[in-house]
Design a protein around this ligand. Structure first.
Ligand code: ACO
Length: 372
């Protein structure tokens, strides 16, 4: 097996030419629209859908981890006092899980260690979000599901069932996507026989950048700016002429529209029907049409289509989440994929060590400092 070039992955299969995404053998659309997030967590950690008993058990285990350790809270308070941005606070909080539970113990606990981290990410995110805004932290609600509790801890209000369902579809849609940058980062760390906390911390670092999980916030900012200026084409042409990239478009693997963007476009249409300011969704559709036309004009030799982050921005904004929360909300989901990859990597037990192509100078000789 050419292991270095092709890292084995039993979790997802992407066909970038046809725009298809298969998760553990299922078309992702079937899982995204039917499963609860707890069912998805079980599926990723056990590789099959849970029966009723198994679902009850995983739900109970997740609930047992639904708390924030005082030592981690202290660190987060410090970070908030220094106005550290949300995703960095989440990265700091996750790395501090070692304070709550020794990381070597987490790894020895295997799936339970993974559940601990999965349960902690939304709690750290929501708590740190409120600290940053100077609001009191909301204690976790032990009778709500994973997604509902996340919304509850962010807002302090029990969310409407239709909003919870929308969030679950979003979380299920973005839970896993092959060897993307953040998953690769997690697997590289895990491949050295390091630990889950270190792997997830590294993955969050990769997730943060605007070319990956940091894109949906700037998508929303861009849409809001165009709403203000009223000149969609002028705004977009200005971006192209300044050689800027349009956030929410393009993908390393997909050469057609990202299938997750198709699903989330429909989901966002439903969310925005429930809102008073419905016209914003119409603006986003007009922007997408104009952007795709201009991408063909400015980049005629490329197949640049809408990616998942474009409609992520519409779904999450439609749910009332501000753009500063988008990357961390993506992390609430993708951490499950990362940990499933970590478990796979642990089983493989082979270090990832890609080769590189040397591009430096040759035939140099030493020159003493006084002669340089
Ligand atoms: N806007 C303008 N030009 C673009 C865009 C874009 N969104 N995407 C690619 N291009 C251009 C590049 O400038 C480059 O042009 P050049 O060769 O003339 O210099 C060329 O297309 C590169 O095309 P690809 O090889 O298809 O793109 P690559 O694989 O290098 O990049 C990426 C993929 C990083 C996602 C890119 O499309 C991009 O920056 N998109 C915007 C950021 C974004 O939306 N990221 C989220 C991706 S989805 C996710 O990570 C969950």
């Amino acid at each position: 097996m050419k292991y270095m070039e092709n890292i084995p992955n039993h979790l997802s299969k992407i066909d970038g030419q046809l725009g298809k995404l298969i998760i553990l053998g299922f078309p992702f659309e079937e899982l995204a629209t039917n499963a609860s997030f707890e069912e998805m967590i079980f599926l990723f950690l056990h590789n099959h859908l849970p029966n009723k008993n198994e679902l009850d058990n995983v739900t109970k285990k997740l609930l047992s981890h639904r708390y924030l350790d005082e030592k981690i809270l202290d660190v987060l308070k410090n970070a908030a006092a220094n106005d550290i941005e949300l995703i960095e606070g989440v990265r700091i909080g996750v790395s501090c899980l070692t304070l709550d539970m020794q990381s070597h113990r987490i790894d020895k606990e295997g799936i339970n260690g993974a559940l601990k981290i999965i349960a902690s990410v939304p709690i750290i995110t929501a708590s740190y979000w409120r600290l940053l805004k100077g609001q009191p932290i909301v204690e976790p609600h032990l009778e709500l599901g994973h997604a509902a509790n996340y919304l509850y801890m962010l807002t302090g209000e029990k969310p409407a069932p239709e909003d919870v369902k929308t969030l679950e579809i979003y979380l299920n849609t973005v839970i896993e996507h092959g060897m993307n940058a953040s998953t690769f980062a997690a697997r590289v760390v895990m491949s050295t026989r390091s630990d889950f906390v270190s792997a997830v911390t590294a993955a969050i670092g990769a997730m943060k950048g605007v070319l990956h999980g940091g894109a949906p916030g700037p998508v929303l900012d861009m849409l809001l700016e165009m709403q203000k200026s009223g000149d969609i084409e002028g705004y977009l042409r200005h971006k192209f002429e300044n050689r800027e990239r349009l956030m929410g478009f393009g993908h390393r693997v997909y050469r057609v529209k990202d299938p997750r963007a198709i699903l989330l476009a429909n989901v966002s249409a439903d969310v925005w029907k429930r809102r008073e300011d419905k016209e914003f969704w119409g603006l986003a559709v007009d922007v997408e049409t104009t952007a795709l036309r201009l991408l063909k004009e400015y980049k005629p030799n490329r197949s640049i289509e809408t990616n998942v982050e474009y409609y992520t921005a519409l779904v999450l904004h439609g749910l009332g989440l501000p753009s500063a929360l988008f990357t961390s909300t993506f992390t609430v989901s993708r951490v499950v994929g990362w940990l499933a990859h970590c478990l796979e990597q642990l089983e493989l037990d082979r270090i990832i060590r890609p080769s590189s192509v040397y591009t430096g100078p040759s035939e140099q000789t030493w020159c003493p400092i006084e002669k340089r």
